[in-house]
Design a protein around this ligand. Structure first.
Ligand SMILES: [Zn+2]
Length: 398
């Protein structure tokens, strides 16, 4: 082995050891909050092997820059993904755009104090008195999407729509799809069918009155259409929704349904499509690669490899999600346990950069565009895609 080869191997080994130590420490410290207990160290061992597989070629690429090598198809398709340099900046791979699926990018539009984790420190009756961060964090997200000429689906919480109708109109006028994320962030599996139907009807009416057109998509808070709550699909179909994205096919103590299909499937007598959150099948287990805390807390390469695996295996759009508060490192303090603080705040300062890399390396669209093939039959056509100037948006939304 020459000097360059042994140097690369040494660096890879050091990075691998560091990642392994961090992964094992995370597993031991936060097993219950990160939900890796079912995989344990075996899963992390696999993860580290995958990571090593990623690091080695990346290092080779870095050395290759100093000593140009004629490009070959094998080098151009390194990892099947973009090539990342030392600064973390990525360069578009020469993929055939038409050969890659356009994944569904979704945003659950809620403030930092609406989360299940925050409810341990802030009750529903206190929501009114919390300093809101929804406008600045959503504007940062909208600007990031504009810069990447990407539209998304925004599942809007009714509570937010009632207080910030102008923000909802702005999102809509900037070309994004508007959908529903319940009225008050109550979990479906804690409601009766009647309560669910009435509160969802109220949320739908409220949001539609703001955007002045029908909405077609629904996502339950905390992916809470769990086994035993299938009646919710019937209610959604009856209310006029065309699709739902409330199933997360992973092991999870509060919301998982690991036996659910990983890709789109019809429910409610074929009246509604279910689009589950994206997963990566490793050693017989479904690991979530759908964004959210998994993108925020884990190395970027984890989601990158998971999505590449999805593209190889599924040949259909993956469903990703995030929240505006996840790119906001300035959330006000909430008295929470250490584990809950990790889940609520860690990784927020790096999330925007990770999202930028994700938008650069993969193609994304709103649900109605990504899944237009199956949704057009249900009367749900994609909107015309436009990127309007900020001035025009302000005039219309105001
Ligand atoms: Zn939510």
């Amino acid at each position: 082995m020459n000097h360059e080869g042994s140097s690369v191997l040494g660096k890879s080994a050091v990075i691998l050891v560091i990642v392994a130590i961090v992964a094992i420490a995370l597993n031991l410290a936060f097993a219950h909050s990160l939900h890796f207990e079912s995989l344990g160290l075996f899963g992390f061992g696999l993860f580290c092997l995958f990571y090593a597989g990623a690091i080695s070629p990346l290092s080779r690429h870095t050395h290759a820059k100093a000593k140009p090598v004629p490009a070959t198809p094998a080098r151009k398709t390194l990892l099947g993904l973009s090539i990342i340099d030392r600064q973390g900046l990525s360069h578009k791979q020469p993929f055939e755009p038409s050969a890659r699926p356009c994944h569904a990018l979704t945003v659950d539009l809620e403030d930092y104090f609406h989360t299940e984790v925050a409810s341990q420190g802030i009750s529903f009756s206190d929501w009114e008195h919390q300093p809101s961060r929804i406008e600045p964090s959503t504007h940062r997200l909208l600007d990031l999407l504009d810069r990447n000429r990407t539209h998304a689906t925004f599942f809007v919480l009714g509570w937010v729509a009632r207080r910030y109708p102008r923000l909802i109109r702005e999102i809509h006028h900037r070309g994004h799809e508007i959908a529903c994320h319940s009225l008050d962030h109550q979990r479906v599996n804690r409601m009766t069918p009647t309560q669910f139907y009435e509160s969802t009807a109220n949320a739908k009416d409220l949001i539609e009155s703001i955007v002045q057109e029908p909405i077609f998509g629904y996502r339950a808070p905390c992916f809470s259409i769990t086994p035993g709550c299938e009646w919710a699909f019937d209610a959604l179909a009856k209310l006029g929704f065309s699709y739902d994205s409330s199933v997360h096919p992973v092991h999870h103590p509060t919301y998982g349904n690991p036996n659910a299909p990983r890709s789109a499937y019809p429910v409610a007598n074929d009246q509604l499509m279910e689009f589950p959150i994206a997963t990566w099948k490793v050693a017989g287990h479904n690991l979530s690669v759908g964004g959210g805390a998994y993108l925020r807390l884990l190395p970027f390469q984890y989601i990158q490899r998971g999505l590449a695996s999805w593209e190889k295996d599924m040949q259909s759009p993956a469903m990703l999600y995030l929240h505006p508060w996840e790119i906001d490192p300035y959330q006000p303090y909430i008295p929470l346990s250490f584990q809950s603080t990790v889940r609520q705040t860690w990784g927020t300062s790096m999330m925007e950069d990770k999202l930028q890399r994700l938008l650069h390396q993969f193609r994304f669209a709103p649900v109605r565009v990504a899944h237009k093939g199956v949704l057009q039959d249900k009367g749900c056509s994609p909107r015309k895609s436009t990127f309007q100037t900020e001035k025009a948006v302000t005039q219309v939304a105001g």
